[in-house]
Design a protein around this ligand. Structure first.
Ligand code: ADP
Length: 457
């Protein structure tokens, strides 16, 4: 009965009858270094085998004896060490072994690439050739620590190559022990970090440059802003006094024209009278423009303090003071109670007046102006809506109208200066709020301004 089969380990072909070969050669032979026993229960066992002839008393061959020695463990150990050797050889990092005197005993390919020495050149020499003069003490300490069986991890240091360059490395060393546990040397893994170091230095430099650049930029911006603010303040001052001073001669033109019209009206022809009336109305328009510019300038420049305002009371007062906002000319419906807001009384009055004036002005002549004022409270803010039944504003012009001197109509259709909404926007901004509009041509406009909610009334 066949208990096992003998095959070649690599080819798996059954081997010839070893007994016959032994008989033929008449001595003990090693049949093969690669013999596998395949047992009947399916196991594979690498073996060393030898065959010896058995002779009878007369010295004739009587048979053979085959000896198989199980070499599984030996084979496993060989495989492991081959694998380890390949790992060491193919490592990206230098792997160096040395004895307790620092003499190199092993040197892999990466060590050759990093330090420039071949294995033949350096094996048997001291690792100190790799260490710069000022760092030789490191090796003494390292050898001492390794002698005590300690491991040294991630030492960032500098090493010297064969061609004299100094390179940054990160090295870790561990003791090598013999079978009895005695330290007989050390292995060091060195990772070349020169590129990282250069990059790090470049990055630090770039950072410093960037910071310096940002600092200079900030300085320049601050300088220019201060300069700009001073120029704006100066210009505002000039325009304010110019506008202010223009009013006196303008009033003279206005009142003298009026005097001429009243005193000498009978002596004047219709054309002269008409020209005088044009002078008076142009002067009045110019005066309104100057007043608006002065108001805008004031709203932009003045220091203000905010307090809680009773907006409902303020709106009622404004409506009461202006016949244009009352019946029969127009109707303003205040949907109270309106909450209080944080604002500046004069600024808020100016905003409300301008919005209500526009709401009753930009209405077709054959339509009775109706305005609704209502409020919404959201997240600590009050939105005041001024909704009219006027001509409306096309979508594309809804942002533009808040700009200085922006108007959508001819003076003859709807007179004005084009500053009213600019004043409102500036005043609302100064009070920390926002303004906007929703509208559709011929479907009325809904202007809103949003301010912080005030304390309770
Ligand atoms: P002004 O009223 O003096 O023309 P504003 O700055 O107050 O100047 O308004 C700018 C323009 O915005 C107006 O000329 C007008 O075309 C448009 N506008 C303002 N309010 C309304 C409104 N309620 N309905 C329709 N158009 C408006």
């Amino acid at each position: 009965m066949e208990v096992f089969k003998i095959v070649n380990e690599h080819t798996r072909k059954p081997l010839g009858n070893p007994a016959l070969e032994a008989l033929h050669l008449k001595r003990t032979v090693i049949l093969s270094g690669h013999t596998l026993l395949l047992t009947k229960d399916g196991r594979e066992m690498p073996v060393d085998d030898s065959v010896a002839p058995i002779r009878d008393v007369s010295g004739r061959m009587a048979g053979t004896v085959i000896v198989f020695r199980d070499i599984t463990e030996k084979r496993n150990a060989e495989r492991t060490s081959a694998r380890l050797a390949s790992i060491v050889e193919n490592s990206e990092d230098a792997i160096i072994a040395k004895d307790l005197h620092g003499i190199v005993t092993n040197w892999n390919k990466a060590a050759e690439r990093i330090f420039g020495y071949t294995a033949e050149e350096i094996t048997g020499k001291s690792v100190r050739v790799l260490i710069p003069e000022d760092r030789q003490a490191e090796e003494d300490q390292l050898l001492k620590a390794l002698g005590r069986g300690e491991r040294l991890e991630k030492l960032e240091t500098v090493r010297r190559t064969k061609d004299g360059r100094e390179i940054d490395v990160l090295s870790s060393s561990s003791p090598i022990k013999d079978a009895e546990g005695n330290v007989i040397g050390a292995s060091t893994i060195a990772h070349d970090i020169s590129r990282e170091k250069t990059m790090e230095a470049e990055l630090t430099m770039a950072h410093a440059e960037l910071e310096e650049y940002a600092r200079k930029l900030e300085e320049t911006v601050a300088e220019r802003t201060a300069h700009l603010q001073a120029t704006i303040a100066e210009l505002e001052g000039v325009s304010y006094s110019l506008s202010h001073d223009m009013r006196a001669p303008l009033r003279t033109v206005q009142s003298f024209s009026q005097i001429v019209l009243v005193e000498a009206g009978d002596k004047l022809g219709a054309t002269e009278k008409n020209l005088l009336e044009k002078i008076i109305s142009a002067a009045a328009r110019l005066d309104r423009l100057i007043q608006d510019v002065l108001t805008y300038s004031r709203v932009s420049r003045e220091k203000i303090e905010l307090k809680t305002l009773d907006v409902e009371k303020l709106i009622k007062q404004i409506v009461d003071e202006r016949p244009d906002l009352q019946m029969p000319k127009a109707e303003v419906d205040i949907q109270g109670p309106l909450p209080t807001v944080r604002g500046h009384e004069a600024y808020l009055s100016q905003c409300i007046t301008n919005l209500l004036d526009n709401a009753v002005k930009f209405v077709p002549r054959d339509r009775h102006p109706e305005v609704c004022v209502r409020s919404e409270v959201h997240n600590g803010h009050v939105k005041l809506w001024f909704e009219d039944n006027g001509i409306g504003i096309p979508q594309e012009s809804q942002q533009r109208i808040f700009g200085l001197f922006e108007r959508l109509h001819a003076q003859t259709d709807y007179p004005g200066t084009g500053i009213g909404l600019t004043i409102v926007r500036k005043a609302v901004e100064r009070m920390g709020g926002k303004i906007g509009v929703e509208s559709e041509p011929d479907h009325g406009s809904r202007f809103w301004l949003q301010l912080k909610k005030g304390e309770k009334k």
